[in-house]
Design a binder for this molecule. Structure first.
Ligand code: AQP
Length: 348
């Protein structure tokens, strides 16, 4: 008998994993620990994995065209350097498969304004001047639902920050199925797992580490060299207390908790194990140890990314081949959506 899949599907859909990352800037340690590292692990567990550079999501805020192209290739290099194998996973950029945009329109007509108004990411990103935000930024979660549902994906590995969007994806699928009287879209399961589901800023332990934070000191970029990583960790905001001997002792110490979580995720340990191993350590001792670990994990990834970036044509070829494979799955699903919704498809 074969091993049971690590992914359990609650209904009559074959397990299929989909996830994406925006090429809206250089990727961070948060993207690596919360997403990329886990994407490679999921691929190695044997479920079909589809991964996407969501360039159409990226333009919901202004992107310089030349930079967007560069960041998309760099993102693809980051996926591959992190262990995503384009022969075993499907790796492509979103805009090459028009099913995403087509299904997003239909979902725009399923999702309710009241649901969109509750999305905290829109509020965070639009800030105080929501009137000036793009319509695309507002509709972002419907496009994300389309990304996932265009493949009938059942499981989505993401960081904690995407939980609300995945709940909306479920709501859209439920409403579509209900309105049209079908069991067509699966109800997706978020996979928010591991010691670093929310890596925080190195300057403020209450804020998510983000590629768009104006302070470069707040994040570790996948392109940072060993010196930059060590300096950023050394300068990371902390407190003067030693590490406690139980996790409870980190309750009101967000910066300390963040560094412990990062250490745990990089070392493949639980945060509790890190505390047991380092109880009583001052940050003067813990930070160099963390820096050494971070460099040893990140340096091979950065080196491999740099090597892959020497050949942008090969990256474009990989993305194109991935898009062909993605299209072959999404197109028949879209054809059925048009049929279900009553759209005539009579072209030969
Ligand atoms: N700090 C984080 N900790 C854990 N996971 C994270 N992710 C992002 N930041 C962290 C996860 O990475 C995946 C891709 O995210 P994204 O690029 O599509 O968008 P985002 O979540 O909005 O990430 P950023 O870095 O904050 O981008 P900007 O600054 O452009 O908005 C997701 O699975 C996310 O959970």
């Amino acid at each position: 008998m074969s091993e049971p899949s690590a992914v359990q599907t609650p209904q009559a859909f074959s397990p299929r994993i989909f996830s994406g990352i925006q090429p809206s800037g250089g990727l961070t340690l948060g993207n690596y620990l919360g997403a990329l590292k886990r994407f490679a692990e999921k691929q190695d567990e044997g479920t079909q994995t589809i991964y996407c550079l969501v360039d159409m999501h990226a333009i919901t805020v202004w992107q310089d065209p030349a930079k967007l192209r560069q960041q998309t290739r760099e993102g693809a290099a980051a996926f591959i350097a992190s262990g995503v194998d384009p022969a075993r996973s499907i790796l492509f950029n979103q805009s090459q498969v028009s099913a995403h945009a087509e299904l997003a329109w239909i979902f725009n007509c399923v999702a309710r304004l009241g649901w969109m108004n509750r999305m905290t990411q829109f509020k965070d990103k639009a800030g105080k001047n929501a009137e000036a935000a793009s319509l695309g930024l507002y509709a972002y979660p419907a496009l994300m639902a389309a990304d996932i549902m265009a493949y009938h994906a059942t499981h989505v590995p993401v960081g904690e920050d995407q939980k609300q969007h995945l709940e909306l994806t479920r709501d859209i699928a439920i409403k579509f199925n209900h309105d049209y009287g079908v069991e067509f879209f699966p109800i997706v399961e978020p996979m928010i797992e591991g010691a670093a589901t929310r890596v925080m800023s190195l300057r403020d332990g209450t804020k998510k580490m983000s590629k768009s934070d104006p302070s470069d000191q707040s994040r570790i970029n996948l392109t940072d060299d060993a010196d930059a990583i060590a300096t950023k960790i050394r300068k990371a905001k902390t407190d003067a207390e030693p590490l406690p001997d139980t996790l409870d002792g980190l309750k009101d110490r967000p910066e300390a908790r963040n560094l412990v979580n990062i250490y745990a995720a990089l070392a493949g340990m639980s945060a509790a194990e890190v505390i047991v191993e380092n109880a009583g350590s001052l940050f003067g001792t813990f930070k160099p140890k963390l820096a050494e670990l971070a460099v040893s994990v990140m340096a091979p990834i950065t080196t491999e990314m740099n090597r892959l970036m020497q050949d942008p044509a090969e990256i474009d070829r990989i993305l194109g081949a991935g898009a062909d494979r993605a299209e072959a799955i999404a197109r028949p699903i879209l054809d059925q959506v048009y049929d279900i919704t009553g759209m005539i498809r009579s072209r030969r």
